[in-house]
Design a protein around this ligand. Structure first.
Ligand code: HEM
Length: 431
């Protein structure tokens, strides 16, 4: 039986992955239909004209994360981007050169650094931060509550994680002025969308970050304190190549500090901002959370699932292989799409709807899985719970100020964050 031309024309247009350009700003902003087509028709999809294979199903991403021999995290060359202009290279040469520690290291090298970070970033230290986090959240709210409106990203979600991680590391508050600028420079370098002028600006900021931390490390070597930088400069590791016990080199320290400083800021900011937007778009659920703050921990898992601020991660394919019948040649890149996996219908019903009571919200893989599982997950979760608890206990009738909010997401392939969210509110009258 075949359809007449008229009947076909009346049918809703059915799309396929090739109808979408992943790098297009609109698709990056709202990729959900693309994800669904991928999951149904091409779970391992070679993005046209590239050597990138996008993996979108939850079960596949989880499975591939286990095979660290075939799929390597050594994607340093991608982070560096295309050959920079000589001026940019000259600026980077003034400082310490990159070495592979956590995110770009494979076993057995990865284990050396990861064991160290797990020790330094321990649960006791993170748990001990809770009161301090609450204090910061309330202080930030004090800064805008009388106005009845705020630039939510600038005044709340950006400073909160920066203050928290800086305190964990042992950076004095007075020195935080430049942190956001430095952190943005790393994120923009990662996005590889910087103009030549911006590349120079980013290089200068990254070098300034390195000098600041080199100075900080020297201070802590001389005058140890109870903080992470002191732990990092005083600890000994077994050299990953020779096994000789030694202190971390300045290159290694810079690499670890950069990851701890940068990985946590943008992602936590985006998770809280995106979560607030979702709640404002679902006022019934927002009200439910205000009435039952005990549900905030599960709501945070649901927000992490929906937002997945670390939207995708690279893996370099070390040998020819076949995934779902698709031949993936050596040296190709896998884009493990955490954001798509967390909206996979095979696991999450109505995946594009917020459901703060979702029973399996915690099955998301927003923090990755396996040996590279996010070491900041506990800290980020705690910050999110503290942030929403403080906000919902003090603000009422929260609304989006559409005239001042840019509710689009930045066009970035690996990090997902909202451009702008302005809110209005009333002070909550405590019962
Ligand atoms: C909501 C907030 C966060 C999200 C969504 C997130 C997400 C992720 C993901 C998906 C990975 C795995 C990358 C891979 O598969 O290769 C990762 C790794 C990592 N994260 Fe996070 N992260 C968050 C917060 C933080 C914080 C607060 C810190 C530190 C203060 C942090 C530090 C790191 C580091 C150092 C790695 C690399 C670990 C390794 O390679 O062994 N993250 N994160």
């Amino acid at each position: 039986m075949s359809l007449t031309k008229k009947a076909r024309a009346d049918m809703p247009e059915s799309k396929c992955p090739a109808d979408f350009d992943f790098f297009d700003e609109e698709v990056l902003n709202c990729p959900y239909e693309f994800y669904q087509q991928l999951q149904e028709q091409a779970p391992v999809y070679n993005l046209p004209g590239t050597n990138i294979f996008m993996v979108s199903r939850h079960s596949d991403v989880k499975q591939l994360l286990k095979d660290t021999t075939t799929f390597s995290n050594n994607f340093t060359h991608l982070l560096q981007g295309p050959e920079p202009a000589p001026e940019v290279t000259a600026i980077y040469q003034k400082a310490w050169q990159p070495v592979d520690t956590m995110i770009t290291a494979d076993p057995p090298r990865h284990k050396t650094y990861r064991t160290l970070v797990n020790k330094v970033f321990n649960a006791a230290r993170v748990n001990a931060m809770e009161d301090y986090m609450r204090e910061i959240a309330h202080e930030l709210i004090d800064g805008f509550i009388e106005r009845g409106e705020c630039d939510f990203i600038r005044e709340f979600t950006t400073p909160l994680p920066v203050y928290v991680i800086a305190d964990q590391l042992g950076v004095p508050r007075d020195d935080l002025r430049d942190f956001k600028t430095w952190s943005d420079a790393f994120a923009r370098r990662l996005s590889q969308l910087a103009t030549p002028e911006e590349q120079i600006e980013d290089a200068e900021n990254i070098v300034a970050f390195q000098y600041y931390f080199a100075n900080m490390c020297e201070k802590r070597r001389k005058h140890p304190q109870d903080d992470m930088i002191t732990d990092l400069v005083t600890t000994k590791i077994a050299d990953p190549d020779t096994g000789v016990h030694r202190s971390l080199s300045m290159e290694e320290l810079q690499s670890l500090l950069q990851q701890l400083m940068v990985a946590g800021n943008e992602t936590t900011t985006s998770a809280i901002t995106g979560g607030m937007l979702s709640l404002l778009q679902n006022p019934g659920q927002l009200k439910e959370l205000q009435d039952k703050p005990g549900s905030i921990a599960n709501a945070v898992e649901e927000i992490l699932r929906m937002e997945s601020p670390s939207a995708g991660m690279w893996r370099v394919v070390k040998k020819d292989c076949e995934i779902h019948g698709v031949h993936v040649p050596k040296d190709s890149l896998l884009m493990l799409r955490y954001h798509a996996a967390n909206r996979d219908r095979a696991l999450f019903q109505h995946p594009n709807d917020l459901d703060i009571g979702r029973k399996n919200a915690g099955d998301h893989i927003a923090f990755g899985q396996g040996i590279h599982f996010c070491p900041g997950a506990m800290l980020a979760r705690k910050e999110m719970v503290v942030a929403f608890s403080a906000l919902l206990s003090r603000l009422d009738n929260i609304q989006i100020d559409a005239s001042q909010s840019d509710l689009a997401y930045w066009p970035n392939i690996v990090l997902r964050g909202l451009k702008g969210l302005h809110i209005t509110f009333e002070k909550r009258v405590q019962a």
